[in-house]
Design a protein. Structure first.
Length: 366
């Protein structure tokens, strides 16, 4: 009986120690940049709010700050009240740099100096969506692996080639964390909460937020033209990866068929079945998508972008681009002003495919 009581006492002590550790408050600060994504900011804050709601004591605190003044306007036209960032963050505090459209041009020296100083003092830095541009300008990403929103990967890689960029939901590398943005912020926060306070708490937060299942950091960011990338046929998935990794040097269909070890006819059939378009059409769309990002996010000339996107001539590039997005490359670039609060992203790849299908159907009826 004494042994049973002793074991029970040890178990009780163990629980008390765990509770004590798990109720240590963590502090976070969100640095927002004009035109930030409001949905992304909310996805990062809400898991912490729910964690406090479910806990016996407040385990998270946070504040929103900026070097832009008392309020900052988001891309949806809504604004948030902000204070000035504190002079010194505590060791292991988490700093989120939340930015979207415009971060590729945003270069406020006070902010990059502040980020660099906080990192040297031991704070963890999380780049969110296009906040990676700011963290990179602070000199903290060289040799590091990170992620950002898939549509901006080519533009970021062009400017910061010394950084390893991966298309996934989030990455965690000691003091440097990155998040792709959108609702992947929920997945990342659930992961961080699970690491600090256990999977039971993060699971209950998921239930409260009706968000299940939480995705892994290595999960893919997007679907391929409406198809889930993890549900594609292996051959198709392999070809897509090859196309996207070799944008500047596009391969022919026979070369791609040889690469995956099938006949050209079999590759075309499986590609159409999985994606809904031909290999040539998909490769063209991938190159045009790549060029669109370079036009917006870099200072490369239109001719340089055409070459970097695998087009042999400028005229071919201009024709294909206008045919897909309805504007010439130079017009598309000028239609994305740095000061525009809510810029548009005209021309969808799916719409372009629909137009091709309509033309093909009309041709078959003649």
């Amino acid at each position: 009986m004494r042994r049973i009581y002793f074991i029970g006492f040890i178990f009780w002590m163990d629980v008390m120690v765990k509770v004590k550790i798990n109720t240590i408050k963590s502090n976070a600060i969100f640095i927002v940049v004009p035109r930030f994504n409001m949905a992304t900011l909310v996805s990062l804050i809400e898991p912490m709010r729910v964690a406090n709601y479910l806990s016996s004591a407040e385990i998270y605190s946070w504040e929103i700050a900026s070097f832009e003044g008392e309020s900052v306007l988001a891309s949806n036209g809504m604004s948030v009240s902000t204070g000035m960032p504190p002079e010194k963050m505590k060791r292991h505090d988490l700093i989120f740099i939340v930015g979207s459209w415009g971060c590729e041009h945003y270069a406020r020296k006070e902010l990059t100096a502040w980020v660099r100083r906080q990192y040297s003092l031991g704070a963890r830095i999380c780049s969110v969506e296009l906040g990676c541009y700011i963290v990179a300008r602070a000199g903290l990403l060289a040799g590091k692996k990170l992620t950002t929103h898939w549509s901006w990967l080519p533009g970021f890689q062009e400017q910061f080639s010394e950084t390893e960029v991966s298309e996934q939901l989030f990455t965690i590398n000691d003091k440097i964390i990155s998040c792709a943005g959108g609702f992947s912020g929920i997945d990342m926060m659930l992961h961080l909460i699970s690491k600090s306070h256990g999977s039971r708490l993060s699971g209950e937060i998921s239930d409260q937020m009706l968000y299940y299942p939480a995705r892994l950091g290595s999960s893919p960011q997007r679907q391929i033209l409406g198809r889930k990338s993890d549900g594609l046929l292996p051959i198709v998935s392999k070809v897509i990866q090859y196309i996207e990794r070799n944008i500047s040097e596009p391969a022919t269909v026979p070369e791609l068929a040889k690469y995956v070890g099938v006949s050209q006819r079999q590759l075309e059939r499986q590609f159409n079945k999985s994606i809904g378009c031909s290999v040539v059409q998909f490769a063209l769309l991938a190159r045009l998508q790549h060029s669109r990002v370079l036009l917006i996010a870099t200072k490369l000339s239109v001719r340089e972008i055409a070459t970097a996107s695998g087009f042999n001539t400028l005229s071919h590039f201009a024709y294909a681009f206008k045919n897909c997005f309805g504007r010439r490359p130079s017009d598309y670039r000028s239609a994305w002003p740095k000061s525009e609060q809510k810029p548009t992203w005209p021309g969808t790849l799916s719409k372009y495919l629909e137009n091709l299908e309509e033309k093909a159907n009309k041709g078959s009826q003649i």
